[in-house]
Design a protein around this ligand. Structure first.
Ligand code: SAM
Length: 168
């Protein structure tokens, strides 16, 4: 089980990027999403709708108290941060753990997250985006196999084509 927790969501400013975090999580092999920060039912239902249409069982759950959640969940917590240890140096060790929670931040990440995490991992030590960091982390974690993943019970499927759009 690999889940993704998105911290510090703000309804007015983060709708699009938070949606992209979860769509990326789903497309790149995560099983479940958790949203923390401001409660946003429409962002959650938007992802559920996309998920239903494109298949698989990815769901997002709202978490009111992320600190309590992180301490009680029992998963190995991998916090993605530009201040962390390079992903290439830690990924083999992380892969040995069965249940993983990948945490990505928003604008400001509370210092407790760094303390509570089992691994603080960077994807370069340059500032960029939670979406990019998550995509690269998941690709390293799944060693590229996530690109061939099947999404069962999809109502809509793409038939890859050289030119134009084809649906099956
Ligand atoms: N400066 C903020 C902080 O750490 O307090 C981070 C803001 S950044 C826009 C939002 C999130 O993107 C971070 O919390 C982290 O999860 C992710 N991120 C950005 N750059 C990263 C990097 N180089 N490596 C890993 N994660 C990164």
């Amino acid at each position: 089980m690999l889940a993704v927790l998105r911290l510090g969501h703000r309804v007015s400013r983060d709708k699009r990027i938070t949606t992209h975090v979860f769509l990326t999580a789903r497309a790149f092999g995560a099983d479940k999403g958790y949203l923390s920060g401001e409660k946003d039912d429409s962002a959650i239902s938007n992802i559920q709708d996309i998920s239903k249409r494109w298949g698989g069982e990815f769901e997002v759950e709202y978490i009111d108290d992320w600190k309590n959640f992180l301490t009680r969940l029992g998963s190995t917590v991998v916090h993605l941060t530009m201040y962390g240890i390079p992903v290439g140096d830690k990924i083999s060790e992380i892969r040995k753990h069965k249940d993983i929670l990948v945490v990505v931040g928003g604008e400001k990440v509370p210092t407790e997250v760094y303390q509570l995490a089992d691994f603080n991992v960077s994807v370069t030590n340059q500032p960029h985006s939670e979406v990019a960091a998550l995509a690269i982390f998941l690709d390293r974690y799944f060693e590229g196999k996530e690109l061939d993943r099947n999404f069962p019970d999809a109502k809509q499927r793409i038939i890859p084509s050289d030119k134009g759009k084809r649906f099956g």
